[in-house]
Design a protein around this ligand. Structure first.
Ligand code: FES
Length: 584
């Protein structure tokens, strides 16, 4: 690694973008430098060496990212060591477990914040520090629209949860404990006692939930150093990796290797395949579609089914399996997984390490074949995401078959309809609710526009009277999302959503719904004429908008449907990094 701080980048003859501010000898240069010197920087800091932004989502109300303030210090060590200058800046932080009505409503707001913070400031490259579910996707989307050299350092997973002598998983065991309490199998006292045992350290959920899935997909896309997806948050090796990431981003700036040089269609397809092999979250469908939109890469909803259907599920982690993220890292992490599925991957894809993906995983080893199975002994033969079509979801819907009950993957049943999440909460446990285990629970009003923000409520808990009968799973359909830590036979992301006038809006109690997983079809068993007539009535009486101001109105007015990643329509694509006008 060169330490030649005065050398401009190799590809471009023009000076670094930071020099458009700090390299000027006039009044504007004075202003840019002088106010920065208030922080104690000597003259040579502005002599043309790479200026690296550290985009930090640290927050005490985003507990999963609460270790990132310390991680930033290790990134800075690496940047200084390599001859760059680190400048840390805060952006909106989104705590999945804390924000109402749902953190997803604000993912695009974070993306706007990240995009304009990067573009507006005199930096040459950026390190994205994120972790909790929506933080990394929002940062990736924003950074993609600017396209500077970019590297990701994630929070890393919490230590394994422990309760009464056994491992418990973030989220996954919350849903199980909650249903056990409702079924009378667990006391309220034990339920509360499990809280501290579940979250024992800083870091993201230690199941293969959305956060760990996304950090693994970032690794699969080559946007971070190896093992970023698995080193525990509090393991000193994460600090060392952060240090090395600081060194790498300086090299990326010197070589002018930008985000679009790393993330290509091939790397997105690699990510889809890795998502299948690790049993990743359904939420990544939306995030990868939105990221592809920012990068102007043609990625379609069907690609998730097409590229993942032959992949085996190798990683035996909750929610699909038994183990947790600590076990996964000690077993070899993502490099070990990718080595095992190397035959499915595009190994020539680039990485921020400066080597190809194939070279990066060449010497990877697996140290525990129970946690990361061999390809001839998978957890399940076919993994991935199924993409459904039919008159109930003309623009698509998805299901994660490895989290579902096999007998429900081909099922016809009577619809029991909840018009909103409030309707569901009010009626789900009423003794008179006309429902049995063969019925299909249908939830409306939880899509991007409807809630708004598309919350993780698609895995509706079963009615109490069915839990008491010992029923553990039913087919459920909604326009909502599902937590990456959740499980069950749950059809999600129905598009168009009910609040946008999709056919889901006109499903009635007692209608028959047919789901044929093998055929990837989801149909409401009424005639076309009947469906059309119901939709006409719905449109004539559609509810008035409930948001009249602020970001939520902007979101509801402009958000795209789930099959397009739920970005705001005017944010698709990018504006690059150039800002020609001065500030004074
Ligand atoms: Fe933040 Fe799970 S709630 S990662």
């Amino acid at each position: 690694m060169s330490n030649d701080s005065d050398k401009p980048n190799n590809k471009a003859e023009k000076p670094r973008r930071s020099q458009l501010s700090y390299g000027k000898l006039d009044k504007d240069g004075f202003i840019h430098r002088s106010w920065m010197k208030a922080q104690g920087y000597p003259d040579h800091v502005f002599d043309g060496r790479p200026i690296i932004g550290i985009c930090n989502t640290w927050s005490e109300i985003t507990p999963c990212n609460s270790g990132l303030r310390e991680i930033a210090e290790y990134v800075k060590r690496g940047i200084w060591e390599a001859g760059g200058v680190p400048l840390e800046f805060p952006v909106t932080s989104l705590g999945e477990t804390q924000m109402r009505p749902t953190a997803m409503l604000f993912r695009n707001l974070l993306a706007m914040d990240v995009e304009e913070s990067i573009r507006g400031n005199p930096i040459d490259g950026v390190v994205l520090l994120g972790g909790c579910d929506k933080t990394t996707p929002g940062q990736l989307m924003g950074a993609a629209s600017v396209n500077l050299p970019t590297i990701v350092v994630s929070s890393g997973p919490m230590l394994n949860g422990k309760f009464r002598g056994r491992d418990i998983g973030s989220g996954t065991d919350v849903w199980k404990f909650s249903e056990a309490v409702r079924a009378g199998e667990m006391s309220q006292e034990d339920f509360i006692a499990a809280e501290s045992g579940m979250s024992r350290s800083r870091g993201v959920c230690m199941t293969m939930g959305t956060a760990s899935t996304v950090s693994n997909l970032v690794e699969a896309m080559g946007l971070c150093l190896p093992y970023n997806g698995s080193i525990p948050a509090v393991d000193a090796r994460r600090q060392a990796m952060a240090h090395m990431s600081g060194r790498e981003i300086v090299r990326l700036v010197r070589d002018d290797v930008r985000m679009k040089d790393i993330v290509t269609k091939d790397s997105l397809i690699n990510a889809i395949k890795v998502n299948a092999a690790v049993g990743g979250s359904t939420n990544t469908v939306m995030h990868l579609l939105a990221l592809a939109g920012r990068l102007e890469i043609d990625l379609q909803l069907e690609d998730f089914d097409r590229y993942s259907r032959d992949l085996p599920l190798l990683v035996d982690l909750m929610p699909s399996g038994r183990f947790l993220m600590e076990d996964y890292h000690y077993a070899g992490g993502l490099p070990a997984v990718m080595k095992k599925i190397a035959g499915f991957l595009e190994l020539s894809a680039a990485t921020v390490s400066g080597v190809s993906l194939g070279e990066q995983i060449e010497h990877a080893e697996c140290y525990n074949d129970d946690v990361i199975r061999d390809i001839d002994n998978p957890v399940k033969e076919n993994s991935g995401i199924w993409v459904l079509r039919g008159n109930l979801c003309p623009q698509g819907a998805i299901i994660k078959p490895n989290a579902a009950s096999p007998e429900l993957l081909n099922h016809t049943g009577r619809a029991v309809v909840f018009e909103s999440i409030e309707d569901y909460h009010a009626r789900k446990d009423l003794p008179e609710l006309d429902i049995d285990e063969h019925c299909i629970m249908v939830l409306k009003g939880c899509g991007p526009k409807g809630y708004p923000g598309m919350p993780e409520v698609g895995n509706m808990a079963l009615p109490k009277k069915l839990l008491e009968k010992g029923i553990k799973d039913m087919l459920r359909i909604s326009d909502a999302r599902m937590s990456g830590t959740a499980f069950g036979s749950v059809i999600l992301h129905v598009a168009p959503e009910a609040s946008a006038g999709g056919p889901l809006a006109v499903v009635r109690d007692g209608d028959l719904i047919e789901f044929n997983g093998e055929a990837r079809s989801l149909n409401l068993k009424i005639s076309d004429d009947e469906l059309q007539a119901r939709l006409e009535v719905w449109h004539a009486n559609k509810p008035a908008p409930t948001y009249h101001r602020g970001y939520a109105k902007l979101y509801v007015d402009t958000v795209l449907q789930a099959d397009q990643g739920a970005d705001l329509d005017f944010l698709v694509g990018g504006s690059g990094d150039e800002v020609s006008r001065e500030s004074h």
